[in-house]
Design a protein around this ligand. Structure first.
Ligand SMILES: C[S@@+](CC[C@H](N)C(=O)[O-])C[C@H]1O[C@@H](n2cnc3c(N)ncnc32)[C@H](O)[C@@H]1O
Length: 203
């Protein structure tokens, strides 16, 4: 049962997936960690920004508000999330500021590289091959581009130590993949704090 619920956050599908999307769009801690992550990116109007795993599309809206002359591209592998994010961002999509892609991480290989910023919120814990994921993301980032990876543990009984453990392991993977200037920010949320690991693609 628990794993069925978890699956709906890894790849929302059908009615249960639509409900998972609605929870993500309205839960206070979810909104807070998304807004915090976008703020940490320190976006500029001309930035090209990539979000991996946009879910219901909250952060895309925030990012598109600032990156007004740049572009915001989102990737998610869930059809249900594509529909929810498209509804939420319909004006920015119509004006060409937001583009939504449906697919796996490998779909990033078809994008024009040179993104200034890339980010994800509660997505990286699903990457089974972290080194490969970071290679694909690094390839679309501009040299010196910023990657922000936010994680708030949500499983039953999770603690602040789980968030710190994730930050430590992810920081090591980033260093192994050649990312530099790695630092961890924390946001005190209930029931468990969120961590954001910020890093720069090597030149
Ligand atoms: C827990 S949800 C978080 C959604 C959103 N970032 C938020 O915080 O509201 C994870 C999202 O990442 C997407 N996702 C997970 N693994 C993915 C992958 N390998 N490629 C593309 N999307 C993925 C899921 O479909 C889901 O929409």
């Amino acid at each position: 049962m628990l794993s069925a619920v978890y699956k709906q956050f890894e790849r929302p599908d059908g009615m249960a997936g639509a409900l998972a999307g609605a929870i993500m769009a309205h839960r206070r801690s979810n909104k807070a960690r998304n807004a915090w992550t976008v703020a940490l990116l320190d976006l500029k109007p001309s930035d090209r920004v990539l979000e991996i795993g946009y879910g219901p599309g909250l952060s895309l809206m925030d990012a598109a508000r600032v990156a007004s002359t740049g572009e915001v591209v989102g990737l998610d592998h869930s059809n249900v999330m594509l529909r929810q994010a498209a509804r939420r961002n319909k004006h920015a999509i119509a004006s060409g500021r937001v583009t939504l892609l449906l697919g796996e991480l490998s779909a990033l290989k078809s994008l024009k590289p040179g993104f200034d910023k890339a980010f994800s919120v509660n997505v990286a814990m699903f990457w089974r091959d972290r080194a490969q994921a970071l290679r694909i993301i690094g390839d679309v980032l501009a040299p010196g581009g910023l990657l922000a990876t936010t994680h708030q543990p949500r499983h039953a009984g999770s603690t602040a130590a789980d968030a710190d453990r994730f930050a430590d392991a992810f920081s090591r993977a980033l260093a192994d993949a050649g990312f530099t200037h790695i630092r961890v920010e924390r946001l005190l949320l209930k029931p468990v704090p969120a961590v954001c690991i910020l890093s720069t693609r090597g030149e």
